[in-house]
Design a protein around this ligand. Structure first.
Ligand SMILES: [Zn+2]
Length: 272
């Protein structure tokens, strides 16, 4: 972590780190809605709107947020957003942002872990959410957790069942062991598909943007220690031995993924 400075120039910080980056640091995934972003408020249960192009009147910087909840609306700038979500003061929030992003917010600050699923296509299809959910649910129900290909990964049937991991016999991604990919609300979005024999070993369906997933994040318990594993199979295996692990689905870790991970650590009060 960068050393804390006694004085932080809020305007300089906000011009350097956009409200969108601050929001991802504090909230994890954001949904884009027109020019704005939305995310649930972890404190108030309502929705936070983040508007990167709206001028913050007090000092003329860009980016404001508003938390809409039954407790009433609260708003402010990006620093205020971090303060709001973490329930800390403005100065403390500014310190946190400055030390989180360092001098170059575009640069990842941690070495990249090694995992290597490849994507089939860069363009996600515009499939209706409900259709996709039904299709994924059907696939999940047909997976075989006790299959020998799962055992061969040193994952026992009970653990596989708990994680929703199993062998898919036929159809798309057939002949592979599937690992469910969930968003941070725990909603199934697709599968990472493994075969020791096929090339590439790891496949992701084309609706999955690997940068947006940290495998195992939805299973992380409050207040523990997190290990970064190499593959989803390692994450599941670690859980068998009582270790809590997650993994990234890309070879290189981007700044965005570093923020997602930092947000996960903060949300769950975990160390790594
Ligand atoms: Zn709120």
């Amino acid at each position: 972590m960068a050393a804390k400075t006694a004085f932080i120039d809020f305007v300089e910080l906000k011009n350097r780190v956009g409200i969108e980056q601050m929001a991802r640091m504090a909230l994890g995934d954001l949904n884009k809605k027109g020019q704005a972003f939305k995310a649930p408020c972890p404190l108030h249960g309502g929705e936070i709107t983040i508007s990167p192009h709206v001028v913050f009147k007090r000092d003329g910087t860009l980016g404001v947020f508003c938390c809409h909840s039954s407790a009433g609306s609260q708003g402010g700038d990006g620093i205020g957003l971090v303060a709001h979500v973490r329930q800390i003061g403005q100065k403390e929030a500014a310190d946190l942002i400055a030390s989180h992003f360092g001098p170059n917010p575009g640069e990842p600050r941690k070495p990249a872990p090694a995992v290597m699923p490849e994507r089939i296509s860069a363009n996600p299809p515009r499939e209706a959410q409900a259709d996709l959910a039904a299709k994924l649910g059907k696939i999940a129900a047909e997976l075989k957790p006790e299959h020998e290909a799962v055992q061969a990964l040193d994952i026992d049937a009970d653990t596989a069942k708990t994680w929703g991991v199993g062998w898919k016999g036929n159809g798309p991604f057939g002949g592979r062991v599937l690992f469910p990919l969930k968003d941070h609300a725990g909603v199934l979005k697709g599968f990472a598909c493994f075969s020791p024999e096929k090339s590439p070993n790891w496949l992701l369906p084309d609706n999955i943007d690997p940068e947006h997933f940290i495998f195992g994040a939805d299973a992380v318990q409050d207040g523990g220690h997190i290990v970064i594993a190499a593959t989803p199979a390692d994450v599941v295996r670690a859980s068998q031995y009582g270790d809590q692990a997650v993994c990234f689905l890309t070879q290189e870790k981007t700044a965005y993924q570093a923020e997602l991970f930092a947000a996960l650590l903060a949300r769950k009060n975990c160390t790594w």
